[in-house]
Design a protein around this ligand. Structure first.
Ligand code: NAP
Length: 249
């Protein structure tokens, strides 16, 4: 039987580790050829690429620092150099967190959030959308904190609000081409970004706020992305799909 993404080419930003690496693994398992973007995690991305190639997949690597003012455009320029025929699936996953409230947020940290989580995501999407055939898929990784208010992650949450609104608007703009644009909203997921889970009180906090027991894994998010990228997601667009284990329902 054919795999659901056989013949498709998927670009995943921030694929060096964590959620992005799990998304890349899942889309490759579903049959896609992969373009793995990374910023500084070259060795990790090369190791991931090697393991995916062992399963028979075509894999390309793409470096770009999305904290640069023109990081999105740099990524798009280097993508063009790969001379791929098209990009069928774009997963805007790369992101940085900032655990700070209103008073503790510096202008420098704010600028980095804007660059990585907002500006680069926008210009990557702007550059990749013309490379998509009719029926392409765009999936943004946002966060459950656009639905739930937690003190102490103020600017980060607002940056993800941009990601949600952009997807809604693009779903209407790109819909006539049959391109779907959706958002996956993880809760706390067991990656380097949420290392606090394993710190004092981390697991107790999760038990208090989640409907489901346990710790969210990158594969939980990847499963939702695979649905939205695959044939079963064809009639879903402009949506935010929660992957938070029912956090603060
Ligand atoms: P992570 O382990 O810290 O990974 C972040 C990824 O983003 C890495 O691949 C990193 O690449 C890339 N990245 C960061 N800054 C970059 C830059 N300046 N230029 C290029 N790439 C950059 O985090 P994660 O948990 O997997 O997060 C993935 C996404 O999920 C993010 O958008 C995050 O906001 C979202 N999310 C995470 C959680 C959670 O609890 N973990 C919850 C909700 C939403 P390099 O290392 O190669 O630079």
């Amino acid at each position: 039987m054919n795999k659901p993404l056989e013949g498709k080419i998927a670009l995943v930003t921030g694929a060096s580790r964590g959620i992005g690496a799990a998304i890349a693994e899942r889309l490759a398992a579903d049959g896609a050829e992969l373009v793995l973007h990374y910023g500084s995690g070259r060795a990790e991305t090369e190791a991931l690429a090697a393991s995916l190639r062992e399963t028979g997949r075509n894999v390309h690597l793409l470096q770009a620092d999305l904290a640069a003012v023109d990081g999105g455009q740099q990524l798009v320029g280097r993508l063009a150099a790969l001379q791929l025929p098209r990009i069928d699936v774009l997963v805007n996953n790369a992101g940085v967190a900032l655990f700070a409230g209103l008073a503790e947020t510096s202008a420098e940290e704010f600028e980095k959030l804007v660059s990585v989580n907002m500006r680069s995501l926008f210009f990557v999407t702007q550059g990749v959308a013309p490379l998509m055939p009719d029926g392409g898929r765009i999936i943004n990784v946002s966060s459950a904190v656009t639905r739930i208010a937690f003190p102490g992650i103020t600017a980060y949450s607002a940056s993800k609000g941009f990601v949600d609104v952009l997807a809604l608007q693009l779903a209407a703009e790109l819909g006539p081409r049959g391109i779907t644009v959706n958002v996956v909203a993880p809760g706390a997921i067991d990656t380097r970004m949420s290392a606090w889970i394993h710190g004092p009180g981390g697991k107790e906090t999760l038990a208090q706020v989640q409907a489901l027991p346990g710790i969210g894994q990158p594969s939980h998010v990847a499963g939702v992305v695979a649905f939205l990228a695959g044939p079963d997601g064809a009639w879903t667009t402009g949506q935010v799909v929660d992957a938070s284990g029912g956090t603060k329902l």
